[in-house]
Design a protein around this ligand. Structure first.
Ligand code: SF4
Length: 406
């Protein structure tokens, strides 16, 4: 039976062909489609309604917040919803204390240091909020192998041993073969390599994992399905469900770590964060050998001149980070240089476990005097060593290397 509704059409290239007996090259049989989605996060996601989830927050009470805060044992998604609700705002001090206790018990007084390395700002997607968007007339650059060596050397000199390789989505030039070459070169300098590039197929992820990549970061940007096309009007990224399914493909490929998150400033942060926590919960149960991290990118000024639809205050970001920590003791929480020095100087005390420093967000930003434009303007401009000193002075240890892959 052929399925020709727009909904299924989106998944034409995603469904596992070996499961489908249909000879048609464009559509897949309904049975295969249903079987596939039964196994994926979509089957969970579709049980929730954005508006109904949004309404829950204003209905949360102080009693529910206190129950979530002082509960013995693992907190539920309902607890998480209570902790990020407006009713929890007066409990911020208590939340920060509990979050700090859990973080110290689980991670010690350590902060994992990493640096992003932008390999390319070429992108064929239009994302209305991004400086690299296809419709922005900016200088574009994709690093050659020789340029990667120079860039990685410069980052290594700063003291980093964990690197995050980042690109836009330009499949003709920035593809799995290119990523594998970049991983091979990065392996010569760093012992921990994370990747933040376009969503790929499971086979691509397996190949990158075999080359030595440790983690894949892929942010849904927003779980607001109806508004997602507004921000992603053109390009492969406009396929909401393909992106939603990506962490599953990464999990099946056997990666050590998967990073999740939403772009804070697009839609209601509470609702988007609830869906992120739902996704995290689902993935943890399914890929129980994998570690997970959450990032908190708040929209920063960039070439797109996009104005956030929703303002999230520093206090609300603290509340969200503490809520994640209380909800999930094991999840890594990551804060980048998008945030101010004042915010970052305290972020690790109430739950952040992984932080970048001295970041450049344009390809070649560390070693080449490239004309290529940055993705966004960073806020904390301090050098990695200056930030490490702040960490040490607070009684914490900046960890540059804690993992070695043979
Ligand atoms: S957010 Fe990513 S996919 Fe979208 S324009 Fe920027 S680099 Fe391209």
């Amino acid at each position: 039976m052929l399925v020709r509704q727009p909904f299924e059409k989106q998944f034409v290239v995603l469904l596992p062909r070996k499961d489908c007996k249909c000879s048609n090259k464009i559509y897949f049989c309904k049975t295969s489609a249903e079987k596939y989605f039964e196994m994926a996060f979509k089957s969970v996601f579709d049980q929730y309604n954005w508006n109904l989830v949004s309404e829950r927050f204003s209905a949360c009470t102080a009693q529910e917040v206190e129950q979530a805060l002082y509960k013995k044992g693992k907190r539920t998604l309902d607890d998480f919803a209570a902790l990020i609700s407006p009713a929890a705002a007066p409990y911020l001090e208590q939340m920060a204390q509990i979050s700090q206790e859990i973080t110290l018990r689980r991670f010690g007084n350590t902060v994992q240091m990493y640096a992003p390395a932008y390999l390319s700002n070429e992108c064929h997607n239009i994302c209305t909020y991004c400086g690299f968007s296809f419709d922005n007339k900016i200088a574009r650059l994709t690093l050659s192998e020789e340029q990667m060596h120079r860039e990685f050397e410069a980052i290594k000199t700063l003291g980093f041993d964990h690197i995050l390789l980042v690109t836009g989505e330009a499949n003709a030039t920035v593809h799995t073969e290119y990523f594998n070459k970049a991983i091979d070169i990065a392996n010569q300098y760093f012992s921990n390599i994370s990747i933040e590039v376009q969503p790929l197929e499971e086979e691509d992820y397996k190949s990158m994992h075999e080359h030595g990549a440790y983690a894949i970061l892929v942010y849904q940007e927003t779980y607001h399905q109806a508004n997602y096309p507004k921000y992603h009007p053109k390009g492969k990224k406009s396929n909401f469900y393909y992106r939603l399914d990506t962490p599953d493909r990464v999990g099946r490929a056997g990666f050590h770590k998967i990073g999740l998150g939403v772009l804070l400033g697009l839609e209601d942060w509470r609702t988007d964060s609830f869906f992120t926590a739902l996704h995290l919960d689902y993935l943890e149960k399914k890929y129980w050998q994998t570690k997970f991290s959450i990032s908190f990118p708040r929209i920063r000024p960039n070439e797109s001149c996009f104005e956030p639809n929703v303002h999230m205050s520093d206090k609300e970001l603290v509340q969200l980070m503490c809520a994640y920590r209380i909800f999930n003791e094991n999840v890594e929480l990551s804060i980048s240089t998008r945030e101010s020095a004042a915010f970052r100087d305290n972020a690790f005390k109430f739950g952040a476990t992984s932080m970048s420093a001295g970041s450049k967000t344009e390809p070649g930003g560390y070693a080449l005097n490239s004309e290529a434009l940055e993705q966004f303007t960073i806020d904390d401009q301090r050098t990695p060593q200056q930030f490490a000193r702040v960490i040490r002075n607070a009684g914490y240890e900046a960890v540059w290397k804690d993992w070695f892959q043979q």
